[in-house]
Design a protein around this ligand. Structure first.
Ligand code: NDP
Length: 323
């Protein structure tokens, strides 16, 4: 039985816990939190404060770091890698080289394996981008995100004066997705690829025209997209927008000879982004335990694990039934 620690108990931490209920070869040994453990209720696993992590070094095989990418994981993963084999879902793409180097140093020094940036993007989508390019070198890869909730954009809406609560959905432009799959000559711009739909609960008496203007003109977040703003009540937000769905697609379109085109596409439709991301982290934990058992140390990414290492099924069974 693989003994897993969950480090950080937010949406993703709970998603990992739920994913482990579907994996018979693993159990949650402990949940670590920076909060008072008495205030955190799990599905059954004990809760310990992060300051007491060292006491669990011999009782945990892999620690899944579930903090936020913005500020948590940069510190959380190197710290945890001094004690455990680890996996995280670090998704700040521009800072991945820097994060990898820090984690690699910590993991090598302590003799552990620490896999960073697992999940679906980065994660499964990254694997498909590499596979597509390897198989179809003469081509182009396009990634679309959504339909799904963007936590960062929802936060940006909530910071606007007069906004009580909000949810933002990113949606791929279907006509553009179809054109990419068909190999049509379509211009790929921020605006032509995705739209943004905002559902906003405004304070009573707030100037809705001003709020809408501030949203659609917000640089980096909304100004470069076709953005719709819909004002709804707090009750409607709770009833109709409580979930955290997401998804997207990676499309590789290439030519194997003149006029001969091949298209590979990989698509996700997720009712729950954290439960799916948690499921990827759990499979990755299995692979990390196997890498560590073979004596490997240092930082790794999804590019370094084999499909056989991710699978609970034996290599013999895989060869017999999956090839
Ligand atoms: P949350 O904001 O829900 O949780 C982040 C941390 O905040 C938790 O680990 C927890 O730490 C703390 N926290 C959670 N709830 C509370 C609370 N009620 N009060 C105080 N603190 C709380 O983030 P998510 O779990 O939704 O996302 C984590 C990261 O996962 C994201 O930043 C994103 O980068 C990444 N991600 C990656 C994906 C991929 O495909 N690679 C896909 C989806 C997400 P503690 O218990 O220590 O207090």
């Amino acid at each position: 039985m693989l003994r897993v620690a969950i480090n950080g108990y937010g949406n993703l931490g709970r998603g990992v816990e739920q994913a482990i209920t579907k994996n018979a070869d693993m159990e949650v040994a402990v949940v670590f939190t920076r909060r008072d453990p008495a205030t955190v209720t799990t599905q059954g696993a004990p809760v310990a404060h992060v300051d007491d992590m060292a006491a669990w070094a011999d009782k945990v095989d892999v620690c899944l770091n579930c903090g936020g990418s913005a500020t948590d994981l940069i510190e959380q993963t190197p710290a945890a890698a001094t004690l455990f084999n680890t996996v995280d879902s670090f998704d700040t793409h521009a800072r991945i080289p820097e994060h990898f180097a820090a984690v690699d140093a910590a993991a090598k020094a302590s003799g552990h394996v620490a896999l960073i940036s697992a999940g679906w993007d980065p994660g499964l989508f990254s694997m498909l981008r590499v596979l597509g390019e390897a198989v179809l070198p003469d081509g182009a890869t396009t990634t679309f995100w959504g339909p799904g909730v963007s936590q960062g954009h929802s936060d940006a809406l909530r910071r606007i004066e007069g906004v009580l609560d909000a949810k933002q959905y990113t949606r791929p432009v279907e006509a553009t997705v179809a054109a990419v799959k068909a190999g049509d000559d379509v211009e790929l711009t921020t605006r032509s690829m995705h739209t943004r739909d905002c559902y906003v609960v405004a304070e009573e008496g707030a100037d809705r025209a001003r709020i809408e203007r501030e949203i659609v003109e917000m640089p980096n977040y909304f100004a470069d997209y076709d953005t719709t703003v819909t004002f709804i009540t707090a009750e409607e937000l709770a009833a109709e927008h409580a979930g955290i769905p997401h998804g997207g697609s990676v499309i590789r379109r290439g030519h194997t000879s003149a006029g001969v085109a091949e298209t590979v596409s990989f698509e996700l439709q997720l009712d729950s982004n954290p439960e799916f991301t948690g499921s990827v982290l759990v499979a990755t934990a299995r692979a990390v335990a196997r890498l560590a058992a073979r004596g490997e140390t240092g930082a790794r990414t999804v590019f370094d694990v084999t499909l056989a290492d991710l699978s609970p099924t034996s290599p013999e069974e895989l060869r017999a039934h999956y090839l």
